[in-house]
Design a protein around this ligand. Structure first.
Ligand SMILES: Nc1ncnc2c1ncn2[C@@H]1O[C@H](COP(=O)(O)OP(=O)(O)OP(=O)(O)O)[C@@H](O)[C@H]1O
Ligand SMILES: Nc1ncnc2c1ncn2[C@@H]1O[C@H](COP(=O)(O)OP(=O)(O)OP(=O)(O)O)[C@@H](O)[C@H]1O
Ligand SMILES: [Mg+2]
Ligand SMILES: [Mg+2]
Lengths: 253, 253
């Protein structure tokens, strides 16, 4: 099973953008993915215009009503099957606790879903370490960490490695991970500086592919589209295609 | 008293960058501010290289040891007085609850501090709604909401107004607020589109000043500096100066 958690506790680094566009590459290569939106702010769900009227038809129901994921799935033609978020996800830790039962519910839900209809899974995470993002990591077979090509994001990347290391005893394995630079602007010297510093920090876990700063990538969500539907010839689309090939080559997607 | 909470639950919109650079404008106009870092990721604290060895000398001690803020303050020459964050702040809600005593502790702490040594207060918030950011809003006399000039950030801005409205019954007042566009890139059409959409959404609460996309603003944190120390003649420095004047003119700073 292929389940990729797209996680970084630093905010605004391109987690949602990367989930959306990697899903589009998967769909175009004939592998319709599940898109799991584990962010109470539901940005991915809003881009796809599928914000549920009530929490009962969102991922929140996985916790509040032990709903099966099959009943929550919303097909989005040409992209995959969305498991929509809702603001109520904010309350999962205070309502259901932070114990192993809560932390493993998403993993168990995905195992049941895959048994019926297998497919790759992409999980978009919220920008903090908590029950929701830990559930995503517990359910994942690998973690993709987008790092925006700027210094504050670089400062945040060091804390991810630390967080993932502290989970190894619980997961009883070292979760394969890749870091990918996003919003990479070749016109600025700082891009190369950040790249070499990140490589020093994480070594071969750094993807060779970088996602360029690209206006098509920034524009497509406003039309509810991925970058391929918006402008397949754009630099951003090419970069996400290359990222997919690199992750596939590494056996992570 | 002047206390500005710099808040947006959307990640990566320029909260920390704005706190840092507004503090520098205040300092340069002779009003040394308190900088309160209420983000467990402690980005502001790290830029100023003041990450405490133990939580006992950070804002966490306000909760765990009822420390006075005066004992936690770290002077940063030329900028102001930092109240440093620590990763343990993550645990404030599970250790001390989410009740009024916890939610008002920062406000009470700041009242005591100002009684001894008054000064303007800037509070940098984490990218989610919880005990920490609510404490900041409860302590504030106004809220500044940075909105990055992109569609996903615009999508997030609507949720802020919603969150602030839901607090009005508890605060027994409508908290004055201003939205400021950050990373505004005049070379892209989408900047003006976002500006007009945000104005439709929030009306006169939108600042006339925009903060331009500016490499000096992106670079200065890597050297532990604000944009004025790094390059006072930069476009970013001018924009933050103009923002300060606009907020001062509105009686918010
Ligand atoms: N390659 C890119 N080129 C241009 N803009 C980009 C690129 N990647 C992301 N962005 C912009 O950066 C902003 C932040 O991206 P996004 O919202 O995907 O980050 P995130 O990590 O999911 O944020 P959050 O932490 O709030 O969930 C978006 O509005 C998007 O438009
Ligand atoms: N005016 C600007 N010009 C260029 N880059 C900017 C500007 N403002 C912010 N940035 C860059 O955007 C990134 C995000 O900004 P910052 O970390 O301040 O946002 P934040 O809202 O505090 O993020 P978080 O939600 O993670 O706390 C920073 O790395 C910074 O370099
Ligand atoms: Mg996101
Ligand atoms: Mg910040």
């Amino acid at each position: 099973m292929t389940r990729l958690a797209i996680f970084n506790c630093k905010g605004g680094v391109g987690k949602t953008t990367t989930t959306l566009n990697l899903a589009a590459v998967l769909a175009r290569s004939g592998r319709l993915p599940y898109l799991v939106d584990m962010d109470p702010q539901a940005h991915l769900t809003r881009i796809l215009d599928k914000l549920p009227e009530t929490p009962a038809t969102s991922l929140f129901a996985l916790y509040s009503a032990s709903a099966t994921l099959r009943t929550l799935v919303q097909a989005h033609p040409g992209l995959g099957y969305l498991l929509p978020a809702h603001g109520q996800l904010m309350k999962v830790d205070s309502l259901f606790g932070k114990g192993p039962a809560t932390l493993n519910r998403l993993r168990h839900g995905l195992e049941a879903l895959e048994a019926e209809l297998p497919g790759p899974v992409l999980i978009d995470c919220c920008p903090y370490v908590g029950v929701l993002s830990l559930s995503a990591v517990f359910a994942a077979s690998a973690v993709l960490v987008p790092v925006s090509s700027d210094y504050l994001s670089l400062q945040g990347a060091k804390q991810i490695d630390h967080a993932l290391k502290s989970l190894e005893p619980v997961l009883k394995q070292r979760l394969p991970r890749r870091y990918v630079l996003t919003r990479f602007d070749r016109r600025r010297r700082m891009g190369e500086d950040i790249r070499s510093r990140l490589r020093q920090e994480v070594g071969d876990d750094l993807c060779d592919t970088v996602i360029s700063e690209n206006v098509a990538v920034a524009m497509s969500p406003s039309l509810g589209q991925d970058v391929f539907s918006y402008q397949a010839s754009s630099r951003g689309a090419q970069d996400y295609q290359a990222l997919y090939q690199e992750l596939q080559g590494a056996g992570l997607l």
